[in-house]
Ligand binder design. Sequence first.
Ligand SMILES: Nc1nc2c(ncn2[C@@H]2O[C@H](COP(=O)(O)OP(=O)(O)OP(=O)(O)O)[C@@H](O)[C@H]2O)c(=O)[nH]1
Length: 529
Amino acid sequence: MQLEQLLESLDLSPFDTREAALALAAQCAAADKPRALKARHLAAKALGRRDTVASTQEYQRLLPALRRYQLWDEYLAALDECGGHAMVQGNVNEAIHQWSACLEEAMVLQNGFFAVQALLGIGKAFWVLNDFKSAHHYHCLALEFALPLQDKASLAGAYLCLIADMLAADRYTEAGIALRLAHLSVLDCKNRHWQAEYLLFRGRVYLEQRQLALAEADLTVALLQSTALSFSWVASQVEFQLFKLYCLRQDGQEAAQHLANAEAQAKAIQATSLLERFAFGTYQQHKAQGDSREALKYYRIYLEYYEQNHGRACLPRLAQSTARRLQRLENRIELTQRKQENALLCQTLNQQSAQLDSLSRAALSDPLTGLANRRHLEQQLDRLDQQARLPMSLLIVDIDYFKQVNDAYGHAIGDLVLQRMASVLQFACRNNELIARYGGEEFYILLPQVLFADARQIAERLCAMVENHDWDSIARGLHATVSIGLASNNGHWLPCRTLALEADAALYEAKAAGRNCVRWRITSSGLMS
Ligand SMILES: Nc1nc2c(ncn2[C@@H]2O[C@H](COP(=O)(O)OP(=O)(O)OP(=O)(O)O)[C@@H](O)[C@H]2O)c(=O)[nH]1
């Protein structure tokens, strides 16, 4: 098999490639040493798909020979691969060391492509160390080197790393600009992993700009693509962004589902740096929604991951802000609890005062007609006596022959007549005039600020209204009239109770005069009827 064909098949079938490459290396070993070395390089690369440790060992053996035979592309690629393998093994410092060597050699050899690869690799290593400033520095250099290369893949890689930096620093406007610049190179490089990552980043920017429909469209495609590629690193981040999106839409159920997916995917690839970020993001989300209890829960989870990822020694860096945050959250939870207790207390108080209100209303009102009762009336008379000495008139309205109504139509109809009478009186009076059922079929109407002449008119009108009322609608043949006793101080003060006695006397006179009429007494200038 030709070397070029091997190269092409490398992505399709790494195991066969390795076997074929080794066979080719064996054939070429003596006759064509460089060709044999190239084949062994391919075999080491293919091995790297399965066993990064073994692949690194093989590269270390190969490197001096590749250098000696000046196979520079293979040499630089080997250094680059060793950096990648060290990262996979979690040995970040070794990765930086390998990529630095690759960068140095690439600079000497003026190989822009591998310089970019090495710079991106170093940037990635600093990312993992959470040193975003250094990462960004290397990514900027990578972009500078990539721009003149006219290599779409290098350019797309550099742009994507820079955008990730900007998003990590919450620089969404710059990330949006870089996304537009990167668009063509990402499309052209036909790397589906990068395309998924690009959509994730764009979705994040849209989400930040609250363009939820656009964000959802990008994130949905990113999720489909990354899931199809089993690219859990991106898929879990997309799920987390969807969690935030549904939080904004206040769809708690969907949000919780996406958060669970994000966590599960990140756990499956043991991406604790992502889990740390998710926990912090979830804490922020709950804090913004005012759910301090959940916020505290996720802040504690975040601290656990932080310690796991950076070691206990790093915690003091966080200590001050952590203590402050925890304190604030605990205060808020206490506050919420107090507020809830207060609300409960207020509710009980309100209920009790409503009960008191209805009890006192009941104590002061007549249950049959809803009018004020005798007690209320007497309180009112006392109160008026203590207040300014006003013009005052008082009517006592008594239903004529009410006993006969009860006897002829029954007590229930009698009750209806009393209720209807109450309505007629209320209809005829103003709001500030107190109407009370004094007892039985006797009603009092207190007319403050009303002089005799007006009071008499009111009484006459009332008498006529009752007489003309449609009593027949209660029971066929039923008819009711009233007699009214009126007393007025006509502007010259007199105790209300005296006024009441005078009105009662006037009522007696009305009854004696044949009923269905008004009689009066003006108490200030001597009695008259
Ligand atoms: N249906 C009903 N009847 C009541 C109520 N309270 C008092 N009565 C009745 O009212 C009647 C009052 O009768 P009386 O005091 O003789 O007076 P009257 O029949 O209206 O005669 P005059 O007032 O002299 O015109 C009695 O039969 C009481 O039983 C009540 O709440 N409902």
